[in-house]
Design a protein around this ligand. Structure first.
Ligand SMILES: Nc1nc2c(c(=O)[nH]1)N[C@H]1C(S)=C(S)[C@@H](COP(=O)(O)O)O[C@H]1N2
Ligand SMILES: [Mo]
Length: 550
């Protein structure tokens, strides 16, 4: 992104930018002939169109990525937080429930005024207007960074939006300058009219694209706002069966390791949804269909009325490479799927449940993983004490201990079809992934980070290990392929969650290779063979390089 304005500058230079940069000055001295020179108002129009394009790009990207990322919303939120209470009350009295619309309109006017100024400045002096656009970007960045729900991706959006605005501004102003440049210089009306038309067409195209992008982004935002508001109105009932308490020493507490329970904003997100599906909980229904004695329908209110259970479970993505971070642990609140299936009574011979989401994605889960006694596969409504975040499947998703997400963790779930592996397949199976996806026992070194230098002496190694629904018996480490040494294993929350471990080793200065291996509670050690994630999950030992300095 950064290189394109520079490239444009370079192209300009080749085409004689010196003349252009000075042309407004020169031309003031030259009397006009038949065709009027474009004035500052066209520069202002170019500035507004460029800013609109940048904003639309930012909002569209937010629509694609996550509704909580909207730069405009972040700036609006920051304005609301910054405004003194007296002014807030005044605005609410004045505008009533239209206060948010008034705020947005006010922001729009302020942005348009600054953008117009940027256009005029850019016309006079190259990069002067771009500089103003850059300030927009910085203001957006500052607003995003002060938002509580900021995710790692959030700061990129205002930066990308500002970069898009700068590119558009340069593009439009260059066309405007070639109109200016051609007006008095060329005798033929053709060239003049052509450069005028060139600018007006570019302006019209930019405005149309921004308007289209804005409408699309607005549509998504409207849907996301409705779902966000519906989510805010939900009060989750207390669980009939509470999550077993977390053992006091389950959190090993080594600085630099991720927390035992992953906070929602930092929880990995994987799905095929281009824009986050927005589901209205009031009209949501779940249908149980297929090979069942009776079809069952469940509303969200029905679901909240059931005896819900709360459990910690660690879910993982099959695409998680060895040592990767597509894994997270949360406290899920939901109704055991086995109780729902018991109402429907699956036929003999059924061995799979094909779950389908509001956006048509499917997962094929072994029936027995959902009906097992003692395995709390949940129709989940809560994550870490809140309704599911929109990105994590609001209002209802599946969570199944021991299976990779692609064969079990359907978000925005709307249908459970009882069927057979011989007759049906989930979304990823025809795309080269295994029909069955039990999670493979694995372990990860979080501290020290690979390649990060540490001081000689006692070096603390720490990380996590998981074998969902079997549990971890021991974790061992070896240095430079020496003998395996057993790490100190913290108690897990349950066999369905990951376990933290640590080990202090004493190392003199030098380069080391440290490897980790976990053994599950049935005594099976993790697979040493290096395999990629496809088709059914990566294997191999996580290996980090430790650079010990004196
Ligand atoms: N509707 C829907 N649900 C889905 C997916 C999807 O693409 N669409 N991806 C699955 C995969 S591959 C994983 S690993 C988990 C990730 O859940 P999370 O985004 O809440 O971490 O969701 C699962 N549920
Ligand atoms: Mo996944």
């Amino acid at each position: 992104m950064k290189s394109s304005p520079q490239q444009h500058g370079a192209v300009d230079d080749g085409a004689g930018p010196g003349e252009r940069a000075e042309s407004p000055v020169q031309h003031q001295a030259v009397p006009h002939q038949s065709v009027p020179r474009p004035g500052a108002r066209w520069g202002a129009a170019a500035g507004i169109a460029a800013a609109a394009g940048g904003l639309a790009a930012g909002e569209l990207l937010a629509g694609f990525a996550s509704p909580s990322l909207s730069p405009l919303t972040a700036v609006g939120g920051a304005v609301i937080d910054a405004v003194p209470p007296g002014v807030k009350d005044w605005a609410i009295t004045l505008f009533g429930t239209a206060d948010k619309a008034a705020l947005l309109a006010g922001m729009g006017l302020a942005i348009a005024a600054l953008a117009a100024l940027a256009g005029v400045l850019e016309l006079r002096r190259r990069w002067a207007g771009a500089f103003v656009m850059g300030i927009f970007g910085l203001a957006g960045l500052a607003a995003v960074l002060t938002r509580a729900q900021a995710t790692p991706l959030a700061p990129m959006l205002p930066v990308l939006a500002a970069a898009a605005a700068v590119v558009l501004l340069r593009f439009l102003v260059r066309r405007l300058q070639s109109w200016e440049g051609s007006a008095p210089g060329k005798a033929g009306p053709g060239g003049t009219a052509g450069s005028r038309r060139g600018f007006l067409q570019a302006l019209a195209a930019t405005s149309a694209a921004s308007a289209l992008g804005g409408v699309l982004a607005g549509f998504w935002r409207g849907a996301a706002i409705a779902a966000t508001e519906a989510r805010a109105r939900i009060t989750l009932p207390p669980p009939a069966s509470a999550a077993p308490p977390i053992p006091a020493d389950a959190e090993a507490g080594v600085p630099g390791t991720p927390p035992l329970v992953t906070p929602n904003p930092g929880f990995y997100r994987i799905d095929t949804a281009l824009a986050v599906p927005t589901v209205n909980p009031e009209t949501w229904v779940l249908k149980v269909t297929g090979m069942v004695a009776r079809e069952v329908q469940l509303s969200f209110a029905d679901l909240l009325g059931k005896p819900l259970v709360e459990r910690h479970m660690t879910i993982a993505c099959v695409s998680n490479g060895v040592g990767g971070d597509l894994i997270g642990n949360a406290r899920w609140l939901g109704w055991p799927v086995r109780e729902l299936l018991a109402l429907a009574v699956p036929h003999q011979g059924a061995d799979m449940v094909l779950s389908r989401s509001a956006d048509g994605w499917t997962a094929g889960t072994p029936l027995e993983a959902l009906t097992d006694d003692g395995r709390d596969a949940l129709l989940a409504v809560g994550m870490n004490g809140e309704p599911l975040p929109l990105e994590h499947g609001f209002p209802v998703r599946l969570v199944v201990p021991g299976l990779y997400g692609y064969v079990s963790a359907t978000k925005w779930v709307t249908e459970l079809k009882v069927t057979r592996f011989a007759d049906d397949a989930g979304y990823w199976t025809p795309r080269g992934w295994s029909a069955r996806g039990p999670i493979k026992t694995s372990s990860r070194i979080d501290v020290p980070r690979s390649g990060r230098p540490v001081s000689a002496g006692t070096v603390l190694l720490a990380g996590v290990a998981w074998a969902q629904h079997t549990g971890i018996q021991k974790v061992e480490l070896r240095v430079n392929r020496g003998p395996w040494r057993e790490a100190e294993l913290a108690p897990g929350i349950s066999i369905d969650t990951w376990y933290q471990w640590k080990l202090a080793v004493s190392l003199v200065p030098g380069q080391y290779e440290v490897q980790v291996r976990a053994t599950d509670l049935s005594g099976v050690a993790q697979d040493e063979t290096e395999r990629p994630p496809a088709p059914d999950g990566a294997t191999g030992f996580h290996t980090v390089r430790v650079d010990v300095k004196s």
